[in-house]
Design a protein around this ligand. Sequence first.
Ligand SMILES: Cc1cc2nc3c(=O)[nH]c(=O)nc-3n(C[C@H](O)[C@H](O)[C@H](O)COP(=O)(O)OP(=O)(O)OC[C@H]3O[C@@H](n4cnc5c(N)ncnc54)[C@H](O)[C@@H]3O)c2cc1C
Ligand SMILES: NC(=O)c1ccc[n+]([C@@H]2O[C@H](COP(=O)([O-])OP(=O)(O)OC[C@H]3O[C@@H](n4cnc5c(N)ncnc54)[C@H](OP(=O)(O)O)[C@@H]3O)[C@@H](O)[C@H]2O)c1
Length: 438
Amino acid sequence: MRTAEQHVHDLVGIGFGPSNLALAIALRERRARTGERIDAVFLERQPSFGWHRGMLLEGTTMQVSFLKDLVTMRNPASEFSFLCYLKERGRMVDFINHKTMFPSRMEFHDYLEWAAAPFADQVEYGSEVVAVTPVTVDGAVEYLDVVARGSGGGLSTRRARNLVVAVGLDPVLPDGVACDERVWHSEELLDRLPSVTDPRRFVVIGAGQSAAEVTDHLHGRFPDAEVCAVFAKYGYTPADDSSFANRIFDPSAVDQYFDAPEAVKESLRSYHASTNYSVVDLDLIDELYRRHYQEKVQGRQRLRILNASRVVEVARGPGNVRATVQFLPTGERAVLEADVLVYATGYRPGDPLSLLGAAGEYCKRLPTGALRIERDYRIATSASLRCGIYVQGATEHTHGLTSTLLSNTAVRAGEIAESVAGRLAGGGREPDPIDGLV
Ligand SMILES: Cc1cc2nc3c(=O)[nH]c(=O)nc-3n(C[C@H](O)[C@H](O)[C@H](O)COP(=O)(O)OP(=O)(O)OC[C@H]3O[C@@H](n4cnc5c(N)ncnc54)[C@H](O)[C@@H]3O)c2cc1C
Ligand SMILES: NC(=O)c1ccc[n+]([C@@H]2O[C@H](COP(=O)([O-])OP(=O)(O)OC[C@H]3O[C@@H](n4cnc5c(N)ncnc54)[C@H](OP(=O)(O)O)[C@@H]3O)[C@@H](O)[C@H]2O)c1
């Protein structure tokens, strides 16, 4: 009898966030169109579907148009669109009257959960992938064994012809900083906040969208607490969401970026970093300034902006944490005693190689050392690895700024579905055009 462990899946997806959810939908829609079934299963470490739950703050809105949902850019007739979700929830006309392209993050989370629900039989929640092991047949790697730890601690293995790694973002903390009950990363804000009682002061570090949202939330939620925003910039700077710049997220921009020389890639990334990194929606900047000014008028400054500043030392005090903040223009230092320090210091894409283990030895690198990833999001591998390893997310160096965002998810998922189908039809592996390159 075949056990679940011996069964070979056409595709195993690691992670079931929006990227692999969009892929699951693309595969289902492809099957309806072509009749071809691709046997796909997804492993997700969270106990149920969740999209950055720790930052699902009241009042925050999406940073992409609802038309850039899981499907519409690929298939406007899909039954998994945000519009179909609205229709099913009975809110279509109310949403239209709302006159916005940018739903609240809470509503979009509900949309994502709604879209994920029909795939429950293809997703193993509470299953964290801890290793990937190559399975060699006659000298070539034919399959990859994906080892996952279940919620009870036990290990199970799924065998795959193709792997799609979509593990999202890892939080970034300054060197030497570790999270504890008084030092948090913004990603865990809502999980940690219930542990705080009668806070007197929060310190929020960073000047990106997360930092501004955390500052805004804490200031509103704790009317007796002081909130100190500490960042190196002189002021929060606005996210560039203007129409021409937004074209950097178009599907055609991915093609152009992919084919561009390295120097052009680098300059495009740097020209347009302000569409995404270390920037804040202008409305929120205006709101924070309005409050800051109003407090000046009232003579009670509770929202403090410590600009051009850095936290240079953190120490534990009795029942608090002490942050030494340096004002960069003068070097002057001051100590802030706080209940909690929130590091809103951003993220970096999870490194596929940290999961791939020995399979990583078959992956090719660019001269920079970064993974060589083909246009179809498949890692270039040596000929002796016959399985496909695809990456969603950690492809900014090859596919551009849209890689970690939602803008191109629908189109990318369709491209990966077609590529996997093509490889399966071709007997598992096509000739590798760049074989021989390191
Ligand atoms: C607070 C916040 C708000 C954002 N808002 C927007 C926005 O409005 N618009 C936009 O375009 N982008 C936004 N982003 C960017 C974000 O990267 C994308 O929205 C989106 O989450 C990308 O989807 P994903 O599936 O690639 O990654 P994720 O959503 O991070 O999903 C990855 C999944 O993989 C799982 N996982 C990780 N490791 C393992 C493992 N070893 N085994 C099993 N499962 C694993 C995780 O639990 C997670 O569920 C936001 C990011 C943050 C932090
Ligand atoms: N509502 C929403 O949709 C929403 C909400 C939150 C986040 N997001 C998205 O999530 C992504 C990440 O945003 P983010 O704000 O978390 O990260 P981010 O844009 O990368 O900003 C990180 C901030 O932390 C600072 N920082 C980094 N390392 C530091 C260090 N060692 N010491 C001090 N400061 C440091 C950076 O300052 P420097 O630039 O000076 O290094 C920057 O101000 C973006 O795509 C954003 O749009 C969306």
